[in-house]
Design a protein around this ligand. Sequence first.
Ligand SMILES: Nc1ncnc2c1ncn2[C@@H]1O[C@H](COP(=O)(O)OP(=O)(O)OP(=O)(O)O)[C@@H](O)[C@H]1O
Length: 225
Amino acid sequence: MEPIIKGTELKKEFSSGKTKVLAVKDVSIEINKGDKIAITGPSGCGKTTLLNILGLVVKPTSGTVTINSKNTENLSEKELATHRNKVFGYVVQEFALIEEYTVFENIEIPLMYSSDKYSKKKKKEVITDVLKKVDLSVKVNEKAKNLSGGQRQRVAIARAIVNDPQIILADEPTGSLDSQTGEEILKILNSLVKQRKTLVLVTHDHSLAQKCDKQIKMSDGEIVG
Ligand SMILES: Nc1ncnc2c1ncn2[C@@H]1O[C@H](COP(=O)(O)OP(=O)(O)OP(=O)(O)O)[C@@H](O)[C@H]1O
């Protein structure tokens, strides 16, 4: 079976002024359908950069990312955006919700950018369905600013899965939450993966990482275990 994401000899160099940082040094990685992978390692070791390269958010300085056997190197910005929207659902630590929007309106956003056209009725059905999956149906008309941290992260997960992506990329999804709420969020992510989704999770939290099938340890821009 071809891996769903294949990163080959990835490097990423950032330069700010005169200094250069090699955030990712020489990483090759394969992610298969249904994998549940945690990327761990100390602060600044390149975890987020690697996740962003794999998610086609950041272009590597060198190396290639192949998604579903397609080399993404020479895709236009528009083609990359289409891939991102179809293949990936992103969950980040800061939730990135629009505060004045309701839960429904926040989750609706990716549907507006989707190449599939949704009727009003279909939109409502899809959003009702994902809100059930994250157990937040009662808050559908609440504004984001009135929600707790755990509830916000559930909205962010619902928004990430509303396009039915193949892979969920989560960057410290429990980083802003207390441990019990973090556990709840992990349960939701786990149940999504059971529905044959692939999860790549960046985390500092060892107990969270241990609940994944595979752990990738990074240090100083490299995979060390
Ligand atoms: N846009 C950027 N411009 C310049 N340097 C950057 C940029 N993004 C990341 N870096 C640098 O690249 C290195 C890796 O950063 P990255 O965010 O990938 O690490 P991380 O392991 O995710 O860290 P943390 O766990 O603290 O989030 C760091 O030294 C960081 O300062």
